[in-house]
Ligand binder design. Structure first.
Ligand code: MN3
Length: 202
């Protein structure tokens, strides 16, 4: 079973002015595609090839660095596209709002912690909301790593690699993180992921 590059769940220009079409032409059509192509090459003749993507990511971690890097980047980008939507930000579904207040004290604190983690991650990586031990936590991971390999379930992700924001924000990662939370984040998707993760953990 080959890994497949999914279409973006929105039009290339749907997130303007916060992300340009050019960003998605590079980020999805070139960067994400390369991870999929590389992972498929590395999976040839590997017994993991028939397994679900989450299994490939978890099993290759620490055992097969090249496969892990490419398969995890495929997983991470699939999550990232679904974490975005046109006219995003705005109100948070009640179930997720409650989980954020239970875990962080307030929604504002959860957002603040996510931005802090994103700004503080040195070099390439990802910032996440994830479910761990029944609580929503903020995580920052380096390069291709993700919550799956740290005993947590991803809820929402922010790509911190420069290829994500350099065209539209140059080096201003904090501005990108703020635009992500104010105008692009898909809280409905995060709420779905949070409920599913809670059910799985129960
Ligand atoms: Mn990326």
């Amino acid at each position: 079973m080959k890994l497949v590059l999914p279409d973006l769940p929105f039009a290339y220009d749907a997130l303007q002015p916060y992300f340009s079409s050019e960003t998605f032409e590079y980020h999805h059509d070139k960067h994400h595609k390369a991870y999929v192509d590389n992972a498929n090459k590395l999976l040839e003749g590997n017994s993991l090839a028939s397994k679900p993507l989450e299994t490939i990511v978890k099993e290759s971690y620490g055992n097969n660095t090249a496969l892990f890097n490419n398969a995890a980047q495929h997983y991470n980008h699939c999550e990232y596209w679904r974490s975005l939507k046109a006219k995003g930000g705005g109100s948070i579904p009640g179930s997720l709002e409650k989980a954020l207040i239970d875990s962080f004290g307030s929604v504002a604190k959860a957002k603040e912690d996510l931005i802090k983690a994103g700004v503080g991650q040195f070099g390439s990586g990802w910032a996440w909301l994830a479910l761990k031990g029944g609580k929503v936590v903020v995580m920052a991971t380096s390069n291709a790593e993700n919550p799956l390999v740290h005993g947590a379930s991803p809820i929402l992700t922010v790509d911190l690699w420069e290829h994500t924001y350099y065209i539209d924000y140059r080096n201003r990662r904090k501005d990108y993180l703020e635009a992500y939370l104010d105008h692009m984040v898909n809280w409905e998707y995060a709420a779905e992921r949070c409920l599913a993760a809670m059910k799985q953990a129960a």
